[in-house]
Ligand binder design. Sequence first.
Ligand SMILES: [Zn+2]
Length: 685
Amino acid sequence: MRIRVVLTFVMLFATFLSVAQTAPSSSSSEFPKQIPSFDLTAMDKTADPCVDFYQYSCGSWMKNNPIPPDQSRWGRFNELSDNNLYILRDILEKAQAPGQHTAIEQKVGDYYSSCMDEATIEKKGAAPLQPAMQRIAAVKSKQEIIPEVANMHRDGIAALFTFNSMVDMHDSTMTIANLDQGGLTLPDRDYYIKDDAKSVETRQRYLEHVQKLFELAGDKPDVAAAEAKTVLAVETGLAKAAMDRTERRDPKKRDHPMQVTEIAAAAPSFELVQYFADNGSPKFTSLNVGNPDFFKAVNEQLKTIPLDDWKTYLRWRTLDTYAPTLSKAFVDEDFEFGRKYMAGQKEIEPRWKRCVRSTDRNLGMALGELYVDKVFGPDSKARTLKMVQAIEQAMHTDVGQLTWMSDTTKQQAYVKLQAIVNNIGYPDKWRDYTTVVVARDDYAGNATRAAAFEVQRQYNKIQKPTDRKDWNMSPPTVNAYYRPWMNDINFPAGILQPPFYGNNMDDAVNFGAIGVVIGHELTHGFDDQGRKYDAEGNLKDWWTPEDAKAFEQRATCTADEYSSFVAVKDDKGEVHLNGRLTLGENTADNGGLKLAYMALMNIIGNTPVKPIDGFTPQQRFFIAYGQIWCQNVTDQQARVLAITDPHSPGRWRVNGAVQNSAAFQEAFSCKAGQPMVREPACRVW
Ligand SMILES: [Zn+2]
């Protein structure tokens, strides 16, 4: 049901959108479409901005833009991502056509072509699975399980636990090895543990899905049914040993430097010394263990669960990973459960879109190089940098004005702010994919080799100085991120265009859109996670105890505010947002809105600016912010996101933030007691 999950814990960096954001499809044939930054037709002017600002900004858009049948959510981000898919398809179709090509064009063109060649994929059926499945079948003893897990990890197949490189939390100049919990198929441990009606139903559907895929792989129905039960039982054991997602937000809970000998002795059944020797990583003697208790608990399970059950689980993880790259029957079943049942998506996306996404996922820095050449003008970097500097200046002023923070802590905050590195558009150095073998008639093999390349690339960082120039997102990605251990903010080229940034738009609109994104990423350096890292990216406390306490009090206000919001209400009941899971993102939204507004006011100053379309610049700023979040989401997808996504849904990203904003209330003349006026307001930054 998933794409290869190579780097599960890398997701912990703070993004603007959920990383799993699916982009979209549209019935229009004209691409790329023009997406307006400020859209009068999106608004619902019958709504009162002081009662429901989201409805006011987006009401007509939501009514006129139902979710396309091949999507589970549809918003203005998706419109932009969709445009990018068309641009990327154009690049890939030219690259796969006969003629003279550069090495990069040849590689991405061959990859895309192998994915589009459904006839060859169909003819192969389940054959691409066989080498991996036979390897597992040949495992003869429990001692051979871990070496096989090492093989699977090298091919990018998530199983049992995770291993990767990470920046040393105590010396960010170095990158070290990291061992962590993992091995689940469903999106969160809650799905295995909770007993509400929806969770029970999901597990039943999951059993049916696992059975179907085993049958497609050649097992008899009664055998496959028993295998499904085994998979669920093994994964439930892993889920019970895993740390909760919200708890994991605290970096201190994932901070366990250990000697290899120490963790190997604490969990002997994992044969970790052997695993590290076999897995292709450089030699090391110490590492970080994200969750030592997981290894201790699963150590017992390795002893008590029979060998055949472990083999069934490993076969399942292989099958689940390969399914999207195999013949139609596998792809369809993968869709039926993973997208249709879990996310409420009615139809599968057209093949070409899935193939563009796959190329971007697996060879993203090669495809991105071609994309940047085509769409990212030389002035784009300079003008973005100018906005970033204006907003950094606003943050400096904001910190200076805080009444709850001492001068001692303020000085440290300035040092951290000053040290933030701004990465804009694309990396300085392009990734070299020369060693990835791509064959036109082997899609599953290409996907595996590309995943293996990425795994090895990450392993190779272990015991080396930290590579601060490496990016976590490909340039066409419509998203942005902050990395606390690098203290850097990153804006891929994909997001630096309308509706986020328009050359022809007034400052009010650009600051309300991309300006808030920039302010959001900056604020991540100072949210509940980011504040625990210093200017160099080390996990080091630079706060006085009183200031830390004041921060926590303010953060609790924000957490309680968002916990009161309803994420979804349907026949299976009502789900609230988890204010602690979404705390960092909500803090960043509130801070980002404030900083971008301050930066805009610094530019506008006291010079009177004429209203445009009947709106003052102040009003246009907030409407532009509201409108980047216009979206519709299926109930099913909203449920998954409420459990897994550290970001709040669009409605609450808008209404949750503006109700804390005095500038917003002034711009729309809101009165005390109205829903968009929170008393007292929650304010961290
Ligand atoms: Zn964020």
